[in-house]
Design a protein around this ligand. Structure first.
Ligand code: ATP
Ligand code: MG
Ligand code: MG
Ligand code: MG
Length: 584
């Protein structure tokens, strides 16, 4: 029985002072999570219910495709990581420590080494393959910038899975099955999401896909063309790697004319802005406008994504203050720093006689929050925009309808757009990246020793929860997708404990619980205003309010949280469970 009077649900009127992301603000305010230190978060009862509902969905989908659940240690001998080369290759993100015997240990940030080394000891012959293993286990990562509440923490639970096959064909089969399972996980969780090609990064291997949930707090940018990214979808890291690199001219030198596959785009942009083409910087594709029909479901009203960094012709970066115009500030950064932040070379292009401009995501924040943001190319005129840049007049909104692209501005005739998104999952074809160094081999049908062909598959349940909050909220609070809400229904009993309303509400609670719903009963003594405000903040999909007036008519009030739709005339107490089932 979950009674609010007994539930540890510490709601707050104000968000934490440092909370920028909506999910950070709302999850703290709703009493779901609490911070312990930088990137270290605790889940309180209602929040943990959400987390575990996500976990349950993921577990079902893993079992459906035949994966077997295991659990492996987080604390591991460094030796394993030395053998795969990741002990040295991974820098600050890997937690390293020594045990009392002075042996090197690590805290696992992922479990390829652990899984593969076990499998190396167990698998002997082709008859032992294929199979796949998964776990829900804590990962430790000393993230350089833990941020946004539970979106990026230094310790988090990951569902990580691994497939073991005889050959690449087997891996491809497994990989496709995982893709289907992932689609079901995100659909069932109620997220808006899409799958994009991604870089294999520190995992190594052959092919990879990421699962992205579009949201303002997203730190990744996704390039899309066509409905649901049907013609093209990729993480910008990948898209920009496809883009033609353009050398940055040496400081002080007159910039070169742009002659790359992007030239037409640049020209179009230049013409649009009524600026000389030489004043534009080729970086990569960009659209600042809302991008209809590029993501699944409804598209969020896109904010113009705008903090600026000015690069002068001589590569001096000029600090510009944009609080007034854009509500953000940009601090001075070196060219190197900008290059580091922007990513692979090729992002920065030839610089014209005028001042090129890079527009970044996350306008409201300082550059601290802009790392890895998506970059937009614009133009500017020397010395004109050091202060008080005016969007519209100068570029921001003007750029909005210009589509610049990686190596051309359309894919299959479909305009390319860019969206901020948070990565909620990632799958990799590892091939033999881990089986070779760790000696995970098998004897094939000819008795020949072969390395096991592997894949690895991650999902962050906390990210799914927080992404849902990012995508589904309003001024009053969270509006959970049904499948992952802390409770299906909140029954609000108006009046003090012991009143008729409270007694009737308890009955409603019992009836709905018996009908199979997860119900929270607000049986506190507080005022109606406080109870309703708290219910809106927590965001259960359905709210049933038991008050004196409707009770006298044998009815209760009902409100659907998503869209705040009140059910006209409420619901009759008689046959309530059936009526609720119908609404659900
Ligand atoms: P990011 O690019 O956001 O840093 P990642 O690529 O490092 O994520 P993976 O190594 O692919 O993450 O891990 C698999 C999944 O684990 C991610 O898709 C994400 O859902 C989750 N995850 C990764 N890092 C974190 C984190 N710091 N906090 C919470 N969840 C995380
Ligand atoms: Mg990471
Ligand atoms: Mg990533
Ligand atoms: Mg990843």
């Amino acid at each position: 029985m979950t009674r609010l009077s007994q539930l540890l649900l510490p709601t707050e009127r104000q968000p934490p002072a440092d909370a920028e992301a909506v999910s950070h603000q709302l999850m703290v305010r709703a009493g779901l999570v609490r911070q312990m230190g930088a990137g270290l978060w605790s889940w309180l009862p209602a929040g943990w219910r959400v987390h575990q509902k996500v976990v349950a969905i993921v577990r079902e989908e893993m079992e459906r495709i035949g994966a077997q659940e295991v659990l492996m240690p987080v604390l591991q001998p460094a030796e394993l990581w030395k053998r795969t080369g990741r002990y040295d290759a991974i820098q600050g993100e890997l937690f390293r420590l020594k045990d009392r015997k002075d042996a090197d240990m690590v805290l696992a940030m992922t479990h390829e080494e652990a899984m593969t080394s076990h499998v190396a000891q167990i698998v002997r012959s082709y008859r032992d393959l294929p199979f796949s293993l998964f776990q829900f286990q804590v990962k430790e990562r000393d993230e350089p910038r833990p941020r946004a509440g539970v979106l990026r923490t230094r310790e988090f639970v990951m569902k990580d899975a691994y497939t073991f096959d005889r050959d690449e064909a087997g891996l491809q089969e497994h990989y496709e099955r995982y893709r289907e399972a992932y689609a079901r996980v995100y659909d069932r969780s109620g997220l808006r999401w899409y799958e994009v090609e991604s870089d294999t990064g520190m995992m190594g291997g052959k092919r990879a896909h990421e699962y992205m949930a579009p949201c303002a707090a997203g730190e990744d940018d996704v390039v899309l063309a066509g409905p649901d990214g049907a013609s093209y979808s990729a993480n910008v890291e990948v898209a920009s790697a496809d883009a033609q690199p353009i050398a940055l001219p040496p400081a002080g030198e007159t910039p070169v004319t742009i002659e790359t596959p992007g030239t037409t785009t640049i020209a179009a942009l230049a013409e649009h802005l009524d600026r000389p083409a030489g004043s534009l910087l080729k970086a990569f594709p960009v659209v600042v406008t809302p991008a209809p029909a590029t993501v699944k479901g409804e598209v969020p009203a896109a904010k113009p994504r705008l903090v600026l960094v000015l690069l002068r012709g001589d590569h001096e970066v000029v600090e510009i203050k944009l609080e007034k115009a854009l509500g953000g500030t940009v601090r001075q950064a070196s060219e190197q720093e900008i290059r580091d932040r922007i990513g692979p070379p090729g992002f920065l292009g030839p610089i014209g006689s005028d001042v090129p401009v890079l527009l970044d995501a996350a306008a409201e924040a300082t550059t601290e929050a802009n790392d890895g943001g998506g970059w937009v190319v614009g133009a500017n005129v020397v010395d004109q925009h050091l202060d008080g840049v005016v969007p519209g007049r100068d570029f921001a909104y003007e750029i909005a309808d210009v589509r610049a692209v990686v190596a051309g501005d359309t894919v299959d005739g479909q305009p390319v757009t860019i969206e901020p998104a948070i990565e909620v999952g990632n799958i990799f074809q590892l091939m033999t990246r881990y089986s070779e160094p760790l000696g995970a081999t098998f004897l094939d049908e000819e008795g020949k020793e072969q390395p096991i062909v592997m894949g690895s598959y991650g999902i962050g349940p906390a990210r799914i929860a927080a992404a849902a909050v990012e995508q589904f909220h309003d001024e009053q609070g969270i509006s959970w997708p049904k499948a992952i809400a802390p409770f299906d229904i909140e029954v609000v009993a108006l009046g003090k404990q012991g009143t008729d309303e409270q007694l009737a509400a308890a009955k409603v609670y019992d009836e709905l619980t018996a009908a199979g719903f997860d119900v929270l009963l607000d049986d506190r003594n507080g005022g109606a205003g406080q109870k309703l405000t708290d219910a809106e903040l927590l965001g259960c999909p359905l709210r049933i309010t038991v008050g004196k007036r409707s009770l006298a008519e044998g009815r209760v009030e009902a409100q659907i949280r998503r869209g705040q739709e009140t059910i006209e005339g409420g619901l009759a107490l008689d046959g309530l469970a059936d009526a609720v089932r119908e609404l659900w």
